[in-house]
Design a protein around this ligand. Structure first.
Ligand code: GH3
Ligand code: MG
Ligand code: MG
Length: 475
């Protein structure tokens, strides 16, 4: 994988050195000799990573990082501070300005490449999500920039894996004081077991687990489904670069060196949890935009297109299962009056309430969809006619027994529905034919005075008309 890296340093010799190292590893390298030109290049050249010197005349590295992270067009670019400073307060300041990591001068090759690869890999993944997300057109609609940080005091749940009691206590104290929830694990087995709950935002692994290989644990955490995307913060001894490089190759997201500095630990923990949240947010947005294709936006239940496909599959399955498939169509009674008397928004509110009440009244294998307007369909696989009728009547009753809460109406509004039910045992039955029979039964229920249900004929009569009472039999 090739990545474009922007190197920023006011000392020409440093620039040339980093440029040479990176070019030799086939990275594409851009250079900037001061803060303002770094900002320009970041905005116009879309680098995948920025290596940023801290001490520069004029605009220093802290300020450049801060500006890059507050500009929506550059805030997703990872920043690595390249610094001669070893003072922990400066590192913390860098992290707070938005840096993702540090490399000390003189720059060590292993640390440099491991870090560059780890961060560019992460960025490629996030870019992919962002592009797919933008392609769905929901990016603006969601009204929220997934890169935006609206929570400065971000806290999360951390699994701390280490067997040295002292350090556990210390790290735990540092993090709980900052508002995080920390659960300890003292062996690899315990870590794997506990992390399977999927409840953690960050895994901290101290490498010197007695008699165990901390790196192997990291690799197991990476391949385990529940922790695949959870960041891992590795704690290692100063100078242990061999393990560092290996850990980063295995997918460890960040690292800390002993002795642990309180502020650095907190800052890196926060950065990792933030990154995790941001990744989750993108994924959720992606999932909800995908589901947009098959759900009804007002009520959140399935839409008609999805219902049609689903019903076709269920009818086909009869050939294998020999079990009947039933459908019900229900239509709210005199719904126009509700709109006319209380307004369309109130009507919408009731449609949502109806969908919710129906969704919680049916079995997991049943499916509810909005058929159109104030009409809904429930598909019930493996359900004979008599059972379907029982379900329909229960549903009718659940709608009628309790008014729907709407703003401005203290007692809520009473709503009833009329329901038509049809059943088939024939795998050659068509979706259209089955729905038409249910619809005809619905019409009969309306004719009979509403707030009731009717079953359709067992046989699909040819020439059945939509809501034609002749083809309907009373239940
Ligand atoms: P009945 O079914 O009992 O014969 O009477 P109705 O008044 O419900 O029947 P009709 O089918 O004539 O009217 C359906 C009304 O449902 C028309 C429309 O005002 C309302 N409606 C359809 N879709 C929506 C919607 O998305 N939101 C709201 N608020 N109302 C809707
Ligand atoms: Mg109606
Ligand atoms: Mg209607």
């Amino acid at each position: 994988m090739t990545a474009r890296i922007l190197v920023v340093d006011d000392t020409p010799a440093n620039l040339r050195l980093l440029e040479a190292k990176l070019t030799a590893e086939y990275f594409e390298v851009l250079t900037a000799a001061d803060g303002p030109s770094a900002l320009d290049m970041a905005a116009s050249n879309a680098p995948d990573l920025i290596l940023l010197d801290i001490m520069m005349p004029g605009l220093d590295g802290f300020e450049v990082a801060k500006r890059l992270k507050s500009d929506p067009s550059t805030q997703h670019i990872p920043i690595v501070m390249v610094t001669a400073l070893t003072d922990s307060a400066d590192r913390v300041r860098g992290l707070e300005a938005g840096a993702d990591d540090f490399i000390s001068k003189p720059v060590n090759d292993v640390a440099l490449f491991a870090r560059v690869r780890s961060l560019t890999r992460l960025k490629v993944m996030m870019d992919e999500l962002r592009i797919r997300h933008m392609a769905t057109g929901r990016f603006q609609m969601a009204g929220k920039d997934p890169y935006g940080d609206d929570d400065e005091t971000i806290t999360g749940k951390v699994l701390l894996v280490d067997d040295t009691k002292n350090m556990v206590g210390q790290v735990r104290g540092y993090l709980t004081d900052a508002g995080h929830i920390v659960e300890p694990a003292t062996s690899s087995a315990e870590a794997l077991e506990r992390s399977r709950s999927g409840a953690f935002d960050l895994l901290i692994v101290a490498l010197h687990l007695q008699g165990e290989d901390g790196l192997r644990l990291c690799s197991q955490l990476r391949s385990q489904e529940e922790t695949r995307h959870v960041p891992i913060l590795m704690i290692l001894d100063d100078g242990d670069l061999r393990h560092l490089a290996k850990g980063l190759d295995l997918g460890v997201t960040d690292y800390l060196v002993r002795p642990i500095d309180k502020n650095e630990l907190r800052a890196r923990t926060r950065t990792q949890i933030r990154r995790r949240r941001y990744h989750d947010r993108l994924r959720n947005m992606l999932e909800s935009s995908v589901s947009l294709a098959y759900t009804d936006t007002l009520t959140g239940v399935y839409n008609r297109r999805y219902m049609d496909d689903h019903l076709a599959r269920k009818i086909e399955e009869i050939a294998a299962t020999a079990k009947p498939v039933s459908v019900m169509i229900f239509d709210l009674d005199h719904f126009k009056r509700i709109n006319d008397s209380y307004g369309h928004a109130c009507g919408d509110r009731i449609l949502k309430g109806v969908a919710e009440r129906v969704s919680t009244s049916i079995r997991d294998i049943d499916l509810v969809a909005r058929y159109g307007g104030e009409e809904f369909v429930v598909i019930m696989p493996s359900t004979p006619a008599d059972v379907a009728l029982t379900v329909a009547d229960r549903l009718r009753n659940r709608l009628a027994e309790q008014p729907f809460a709407v703003p401005g109406q203290a007692d809520g509004l009473a709503v009833t529905a009329s329901i038509g039910v049809a059943t088939t045992t024939d795998p050659a039955e068509t979706v259209e034919g089955l729905l038409m029979r249910a619809d005809a039964a619905l019409y009969a229920a309306k004719e009979a005075g509403r707030n009731q249900m009717r079953a359709a004929d067992e046989v699909n009569s040819p020439g059945t008309k939509r809501r034609s009472p002749e083809t309907v039999q009373s239940a």
